[in-house]
Design a protein around this ligand. Sequence first.
Ligand SMILES: Cc1cc2nc3c(=O)[nH]c(=O)nc-3n(C[C@H](O)[C@H](O)[C@H](O)COP(=O)(O)OP(=O)(O)OC[C@H]3O[C@@H](n4cnc5c(N)ncnc54)[C@H](O)[C@@H]3O)c2cc1C
Length: 473
Amino acid sequence: MSDDELRFDLLILGGGMSYVGAIRAAQLGMNVGLVERDRLGGTCLNRGCIPSKAMLETADFLHRVTEHGAEFGLTGTEGIGLDYPALARRRDAVVEKHVKGVEFLMKKNKITVMHGQGTLTGPTSVRVTGGESGQVQASATDLILATGSAPRGLPGLEIDGELIITSDEALRRETVPARVAIVGAGAIGVEWASLYRDLGAQVHLVEFADRIVPLEDADISKELARVFKKSGMNVYPGSTIVPESVERSKGGVHFAIASNDGGTRIETETDLIMVAIGRRPLTDGIGLEEIAGVELDRGYVKVDEFMRTGVPHLYAIGDIVPGFALAHVASHEAVVAVETIAGHDPAPVRMELMPRVTFCRPQIASVGMSEAEATAAGRAVKVGSFPFRALGKATIVGEVDGFAKLVADAETGVLLGAHIIGAAAGDLLPEPTLALLVEGTAAEIAMSVHAHPTLPEVLVEAALAVDGAAIHV
Ligand SMILES: Cc1cc2nc3c(=O)[nH]c(=O)nc-3n(C[C@H](O)[C@H](O)[C@H](O)COP(=O)(O)OP(=O)(O)OC[C@H]3O[C@@H](n4cnc5c(N)ncnc54)[C@H](O)[C@@H]3O)c2cc1C
C-alpha cells in the first residue's frame, strides 16, 4: 500500500473479535478498514478460547476413556496414553482453520485489512506502520477501538517464558510439565489447572481470594474445590506464592505458598509456575492519550451502553472496556457499536445478561446475579438447586458431580441468576440466559417440557426446587 491516505466509512483498530462488527458494518453498506498487527482473530482465536478449548477437549476425552472406559465396557483402556505433539498439532490445525475462515470472511465482505501497528493520529484516523502493509495513513467517519488485552504480571513472579509463564507461553510448550503451580484461580487459571491435571501433571492451584473462582456463586466455588481436591489437585485459597521465596534453578522453581492469615507455609518445587491473575487492557501506546475527551479508568476506556466513548465518532469494544472480558461480549459490543453508527436502534449492551462459561472439568456456567449479589442488591430471593447425581442422563454420561442453582425473586419468581457446575454446563446456559432477557420466571422454566433423558432436565428440577417442588429428590 502507498503512503497516500486511505478513506473509509469505518476504521477498526485491532482485529480480534471486532471482526464480527466489521462484517456487520459491511452488511450495512459501509466501506470498512481494519488494522491488525498480528493474526486476525486476536486472543480468542490465536491464544485464548479456541486453542485452550481444543486442548481441553483432548484432556476430557482422555479422562473419559481412562477413568470410565472399563466401566463403559471398553477394553484396552489401561494402555491409553497421551501423544502431546499430536494434541498440539490438532490444536494448531483448529486455530489455523478458523484464522483462515476469518481471512476469507474479510475478503468476501470486501473489508480492507491493513497489517501493521496502528497508532491513532486523531479520533478517527490511524497511522499504520511496521507490518506487511507498509506505511499507511487511514481515516474514516467513525472509528472503533478494539486493541484487546494481555496477561497481567505479578511483582516477584516476573515472566521469563520458561520457568514462570502465562497462558501465552503455555501454548508454545512442547511437553506437559510433571509438576506445575498456577497462581490465580479465575477462569483461565482453573481451565489450565484442570487441563494439566487431566494430562497427568501434579497441580498446585494458588488463589489470593478466600475461594477459587471468586467471581462465581459461593456454592460453585465450594463444589469446584471439592471436585478438584478429589481428583488429587492441591488447592490453596486465601494464599499467595511468597515472592522472596522464589528460586529458579535448572530443574524448576522452588517457592513457598503461604496463607494470607500467616497460619500455614508450604515449601515446594515445580517444573514451572503459571501466572493467571487476569488481563490488562492494551490502551497504552496507541496514541489514545493525545485524544482529548477519552476517559480512562485504570486503563479501561469508559463507554456508554452503545459503546460511545464520549468523543464524537469514537467507539470502543471488547477487553479494553469495563465488563466481562469474554469473546462473545466483545463481538456483541462490536455489533451494537456498528448498528449505533449506522443509525439503527440496537438494544443497549446489558452486562448483567452476559453468559459466562469456564471450561474446566467440571464445567461452570453462569448468568445473572449470584445469590450473594442479589441479596446485596436488596432483593429478597428464593433459591432452588438440583444435583446432577439424581439425573438419569448424568448417570448415563458418567459425570455426576455438580448441580444447577437458580436464584429467583422471592415474590414474583422472576429469574435473577443461574449457576451451573457439571457435565456440559455451558450448553445448558442459553435457556436461563433467554429467561433473563425476557424476564421469565423459574416456574416458566419448569412449565416448559424438557425431553428425557437430557442434561437440561437439571434446570427443570432446579426451577421446581425454587418452590420446594423438585421431583427426583
Ligand atoms: C487463555 C484464554 C482463554 C480464553 N477463553 C475464553 C473462552 O473460552 N470464552 C470466551 O468468551 N473468552 C475467552 N477468553 C477471552 C477472549 O479471548 C477475549 O475476551 C477476547 O479475545 C477479547 O476480544 P478483543 O477483540 O477485545 O481483543 P483481542 O482478541 O485481544 O484482539 C485485539 C487485537 O488487537 C490487536 N492490536 C492491539 N493493539 C494494536 C495496534 N496498536 N495496532 C494493530 N493491532 C493491534 C491485537 O494484535 C489483537 O489481535 C480467553 C482468553 C484467554 C487469554
